[in-house]
Ligand binder design. Structure first.
Ligand code: NAG
Ligand code: NAG
Ligand code: NAG
Ligand code: NAG
Length: 675
């Protein structure tokens, strides 16, 4: 009754504004309640306010249908107000939730120009941060968006005219009993209660969160000193906004109480409508709970429908062509990779390689840990060959090769999914400062890694059904598994650019410092190209130095930055062991070390035919065959095989020292320039 009167006063207009100073309403459930709903928002049969259901990329709003007067016209200040509501946010996954739902105070209920997903159904790209929005929102956000400075993927924030929260905190409450903060998961599907209180005198906005079974904590989660009068544009509407992105994450409000100029009436928790017995958590959980068969089929049907709809959503669409049909099992869904990497969250970034960023992820269905590499690729050309090739590479099975689990194609982008290698890449162990707390690799471990990589290359060159040339052998492409076994990774990427390129121009792809001279000249990748790079790799591992190192000063008269040259000159002085990595602290087998250093030189000779093949390399490393005596390695003794004169045999080190920065990938420069 009271409510009706209040509304009546309201409708009578501003002249009676003062009489609705103490307007309030309390809904213990929403059955029969008149709310202004739009989008996905609906009131369910049992009286829940469902802000959004499982439909992707949509919004839902629910507002108290009548505008409220927030300003005290005689003093020009904002009235105190208080509100509390019980809500529940679900997610089909236990580790990620959907975008935020929010309590909103806004000058209008029309959010038709607002965008869903990260824009929370409240803003769009052009009005973010604009003070003409006059918008106050308390967001319960389950997605971390770094563009909006979100602190994590499970927080409560106060937003004023913008999605960058003025203040925010990880979802938690202060337990008066335990006298400490207790963490909460917003998207657990558990009913939570939120209080928003503003004091016009103190000019303070408090936000307090607690699980439904816990009384209102004494200490608020957020307390912001703010004068709301510049933001309030009387009259204002109060209500809720929610939105969906790519996962099933329905949001409900169970009950809501609001009071102007006073304390919102407490909700009668026992009267609140019941939440659905289970959220949309897919797979096993639903079945364990023993849903009626019809329920299960409905769920299954909606899962199919939703996936059908999702597949059509451009933003998350995979590119899929008929010829890929046969590669079904190797294809991953973009959505799965998106979820696995928590939206390609920067926190999951493992590294940035020559071809793209690599993220750690946990696949939603299997909980398998993977590494996902995003390769940007604009050219449609060559993709088919490349896919065929990576799929065949996916069939490579060798204990020293990183398994490629599959791929996903999107417009302009290719995503490759690999086994996750907990110890990262070898170069970090070899070159990073000791400050980075890495375990040191002792010589025995290094020697095992070398042998592992050699046997992987032998497998690729000679033992598999077709000859595979890796073309980018280097320490940063050697990954270390949990047992510190070396595993060769990053296959075939070089060839993607090969296939995709104009056949008239030769794309040399590889990394500066590791490229065999004949590859630079002819662009033809033969196995001997890998042997060359493997030779450089051996020296890196033994000396703990990059192939071209600007920072290092040899003891000799001239500043020496080229690893191979330095090893040769030390060898010629009869002091090859002076090049050994000092981090080993003299703990190594002298025979093995000499073998590795000399084999490194033997492999990285400029004349391809002078290099051993991988089978020989494996024999030398295994001690089955003694290493042949190296020819006298004075540089002048070697004559360029094609007789073009005084080209240094240790190509490509003699040129471009200053023109190219060490470690810059030729691929990089080709990619940034040529396309
Ligand atoms: C979600 O709600 C909207 C609007 O009420 C409805 O059209 C749609 O079918 C619902 N979707 C699902 C997946 O339940
Ligand atoms: C803010 O929005 C108003 C009204 O829509 C517009 O006129 C103004 O240009 C916007 N200001 C900025 C900085 O975008
Ligand atoms: C609570 O969450 C915060 C932020 O996510 C975290 O730093 C903290 O360790 C958590 N505390 C407990 C007791 O789990
Ligand atoms: C906010 O919380 C603090 C600490 O409990 C309290 O002193 C203050 O009065 C509260 N302000 C409002 C507006 O409720």
């Amino acid at each position: 009754m009271f409510l009706k009167f209040a509304v009546l006063f309201l409708l009578l207009g501003r002249s009676v504004a003062s009489q609705q100073d103490d307007l309030g309403f309390t809904y213990n459930g929403f059955g029969g309640v008149d709310l202004s709903l739009d989008g996905l928002a609906q009131i369910t049969n049992n009286g829940l306010l469902m802000l959004v259901n499982n439909t992707m990329q949509q919004k839902g709003h629910a507002f108290y249908p009548h505008p409220l007067q927030f300003m005290n016209s005689s003093t020009g200040t904002v009235f105190s107000f208080s509100t509390t509501f019980v809500f529940a946010m679900y997610s089909e996954f236990t580790t990620v939730g959907g975008p935020a739902m929010a309590f909103v105070i806004a000058p209008s209920t029309d959010f038709s120009s607002a965008l869903p997903s990260i824009y929370l159904g409240l803003f769009n790209k052009t009005n973010l941060g604009n003070s003409s929005n006059h918008l106050i929102a308390i967001e319960m956000d389950c997605v971390q968006n770094l563009d909006f400075n979100d602190i994590d993927g499970n927080h409560v924030g106060i937003d004023i005219n913008d999605l960058k929260s003025v203040e925010s905190a990880p979802a938690s409450y202060f337990s008066d009993q335990e006298n400490r903060y207790v963490n909460l998961t917003l998207f657990s599907g558990h009913a939570l209660q939120l209080w928003v209180e503003y004091s016009g005198e103190q000019r303070q906005l408090n936000v307090t969160l607690a699980p439904i079974e816990v009384p209102k904590p004494k200490i608020p989660l957020l307390s912001l000193n703010i004068d709301l009068s510049p933001i309030i544009l009387d009259p204002m509407f109060v209500g809720f906004s929610s939105t969906t992105a790519v996962i099933k994450a329905p949001h409900y409000v169970l009950g809501w109480s609001f009071k102007m100029n006073g304390q919102a009436k407490a909700l009668s928790l026992s009267q609140l409508p019941k939440l659905p017995r289970t959220g949309p958590k897919t797979q096993s959980k639903i079945f364990n709970i023993g849903f009626p068969v019809i329920g299960v089929s409905l769920v299954l049907i909606s899962i199919f429908l939703i996936q059908f709809i999702v597949a059509r959503k451009k933003k998350f669409a995979d590119v899929h062509e008929d010829w890929e049909f046969e590669y079904g099992p190797q294809r991953f869904k973009y959505k799965d990779l998106y979820i696995a990497t928590r939206g390609f969250n920067e926190k999951e970034l493992l590294g940035i390689g020559g071809f793209g960023k690599v993220y750690r992820g946990v696949l939603p269905n299997s909980n398998e840990e993977v590494a996902v590499k995003r390769v940007s690729h604009d050219s449609r050309q060559g993709v088919r060959e490349f896919i065929a090739e990576i799929v065949s590479i996916g069939k490579l099975q060798h204990r020293n090769i990183v398994t490629l689990l599959g791929y996903c194609r999107r417009k302009g982008e290719l995503l490759l999914v690999y086994d996750f290698m907990p110890n990262g890449s070898l170069d970090k162990f070899l070159f990073d400062d000791e400050s980075t707390n890495q375990t040191k690799l002792n010589w025995n471990q290094r020697f095992q890694i070398i042998k592992g990589v050699a046997s992987a290359l032998l497998y690729l060159h000679e033992e598999w059904e077709q000859v595979v040339v890796h073309r980018d052998v280097k320490s940063s492409n050697v990954m270390l598994d949990g047992d510190l076994n070396g595993r060769l990774g990053d296959f075939g990427l070089a060839r993607l650019y090969d296939h995709g390129g104009n056949p008239k121009t030769t794309n040399v792809v590889g990394t500066f410092g590791y490229i065999a001279p004949e590859l630079a000249r002819t662009g033809k990748a033969k196995p001997s190209v890998d042997v060359f790079a493997f030779g450089v790799f051996l020296l890196e591992v033994a000396c703990g130095r990059r192939p071209v190192d600007q920072s290092f000063q040899a003891s000799s008269e001239e500043e020496c930055i080229v690893l191979v040259e330095w090893v040769i000159s030390s060898l010629n002085k009869g002091a090859i062991l002076e090049t050994v990595d000092p981090k080993l602290e003299m703990n190594y087998e002298v025979e093995e070390m000499e073998l590795v250093l000399k084999l490194g030189l033997l492999c990285s000779q400029s004349i391809p035919t002078a290099r051993p093949c991988m089978r020989q390399v494996v024999r030398y490393l295994g001690g089955e065959t003694p290493l042949p005596e190296l020819p006298s390695l004075s540089r002048s003794v070697f004559v360029n095989s094609e007789g073009t004169g005084n080209v240094s045999i240790w190509f490509p080190y003699h040129h471009g020292r200053s023109a190219m920065t060490p470690q810059s990938s030729v691929a990089d420069s080709l990619l940034s320039g040529g396309r």
